[in-house]
Write a new protein. Structure first.
Length: 283
């Protein structure tokens, strides 16, 4: 059995804007959002097995291995391809969970991309994206591999060119459950409004905004505090459904200077925006 681990990056993402334009009959919300990859990442280490077993060597506390997205991704690719091979998965988490940075989705995407090569399953990018969508709406963009505008439930992607930028990212220390946020948003904002009226609202607001930010700030005072503190330095945004809040900067020195003023009160980091996913050329 091969115990030679190979390491692969699973980068975080930011939502540079997030609009909600409606809701489908099945409960999924229709989005219009911009994804930006940053150079802050989890690390996925993989060692191919010849016995077909998929083993998560270091399960996350509180998450059953069979529920972990890395394990589910590997088993989904196994099922799709019919490969007799298996894998040992070793996961080093840096991206905070429940922070809106897409860590779990990115981990799943990296497993699909890497195992497609290691197992020589021969899937195209489009096939991997279709598999990824079965795991979660955010997974396909990481396989798409380019900074992108996403519509639909997040699966309709078109490449965008993002400017060079650095980001101060603050984690307020709370884990925000996505389903609860969308439910509250629906009750407070979408109730009684049709899609046309929502589109009018969007056209009357600034482009860079997160439609969920106000709801999350009302639900979680710690997020509101992070927004308030970062607002002293510019116009921060929450990413995804929260809880992380970020501020775009023009230089690394500016980002580091701002982060230093906040680091005694908040956890967080400084990251550079990426032009593409680190594994873009591996598909």
């Amino acid at each position: 059995m091969n115990q030679n681990y190979l390491a692969f990056a699973a980068p975080a993402k930011l939502n540079l804007s997030l609009h909600i334009v409606g809701k489908r009959a099945d409960g999924y919300h229709l989005l219009d959002t911009v994804f930006r990859f940053i150079d802050f990442a989890d690390t996925i280490e993989l060692a191919v097995r010849d016995d077909g077993e998929v083993v998560l060597v270091n399960p996350l506390a509180g998450v059953l291995p069979e529920h972990d997205l890395t394990v589910r991704a590997a088993r989904l690719l196994q099922q799709h391809s019919g490969t007799p091979l298996g894998v040992n998965i070793r996961l080093t988490k840096r991206i905070p969970m429940g922070g809106g940075l897409g860590g779990g989705s990115s981990d799943a995407a990296t497993v699909l991309i890497a195992l497609n090569r290691l197992w020589q399953t021969g899937c195209t990018r489009e096939q991997l994206m279709a598999l990824g969508l079965m795991l979660g709406a955010d997974v396909p963009v990481f396989i798409f591999g380019r900074n992108a505008r996403a519509t639909g439930i997040g699966e309709e992607l078109s490449e965008i060119k993002a400017v060079d930028a650095w980001y101060v990212v603050i984690h307020p220390g709370v884990n925000v459950p996505t389903a609860e946020v969308f439910k509250t948003f629906s009750q407070k904002v979408l109730t009684g409004q049709d899609e046309i009226s929502i589109m009018r609202i969007l056209k009357s607001t600034q482009q860079q905004r997160n439609a969920l930010q106000q709801v999350v700030c009302e639900m979680y005072p710690a997020v509101n505090e992070a927004v308030s503190e970062l607002s002293k330095h510019g116009s921060p945004l929450m990413t995804g459904s929260g809880s992380c809040v970020f501020l775009e900067c023009q230089s690394e020195s500016q980002a580091n200077r701002i982060f230093t003023t906040l680091s005694n009160r908040f956890d967080g980091f400084v990251a550079r925006g990426l032009g593409q996913h680190p594994l873009y050329d591996k598909v």
